[in-house]
Design a protein around this ligand. Sequence first.
Ligand SMILES: *Cc1c(COP(=O)(O)O)cnc(C)c1O
Length: 271
Amino acid sequence: MSNNLEGKGDNNISKAEEVDSQPDMAATSAAMDGVAAAALRSVLQRVHHAAERSGRGPNQVSVVAVSKTKPISVIRQVYDAGHRVFGENYVQEILEKAPQLPEDIEWHFIGNLQSNKVKPLLTGVPNLAMVESVDDEKIANNLDRVVGSIGRKPLKVLVQVNTSGEATKYGMEPSGCVELAKHVSLDCPNLEFCGLMTIGMPDYTSTPENFKTLANCRSEVCKALGIPEEQCELSMGMSNDFEQAIEMGSTIVRIGSTIFGAREYPKKKSN
Ligand SMILES: *Cc1c(COP(=O)(O)O)cnc(C)c1O
């Protein structure tokens, strides 16, 4: 689309550097922030086009901006660009960040959640909009009990499904997704079952098979619950594969590095 701009950005950056020999932290961070806001706009356009290709309107796919490891200033810039839905996957990190950011952010928790972290998460983040990573009955029961005890409104949840078949991955086996979805929607009055989530392959590039598996789970879950498929979200697709995921029916994409830039920590942590 903008091939004519190729290469020109680099020249501008080196000119700016000549102005001051001392690194200017404020200017550097402002430049980074501008990059994130521009990246957000570009992602939203790509999402809209992919939604159109799949015969849907642009508002039928929502974007969770995954801000893990990223500083408040950059998140704030994406917020100021108009974005409101953000995702984090470590409890301690979201507990530190959420109070420093506006209350109308809709936070999605997308990481593995331990039972003893449920209460701090729910009390520390009153604007938590959704937990996407419910992968067994125990954590569902914990969330249900704590939501009830603190008296907040029902919490939206997704059931996380392990569609890649890797033993190291969190998520319910596809064969167990109906039972867990039923448990959440029938036995957890303080939770609102909203659909299914999956993480694809370890390098975050999913194959169509992962996405097909999640779509099949949705068919079975909707049949079992007697709800239309439009009422069951599919959270699939990340930086490297979100367009393909949308074309295969995704309604929520979780996008980190394509908006915020590469993360600066070794990619190995699982807890
Ligand atoms: C980090 C993360 C993402 C975003 O990954 P990117 O490849 O940076 O877009 C999405 N979903 C989950 C569960 C994550 O932990």
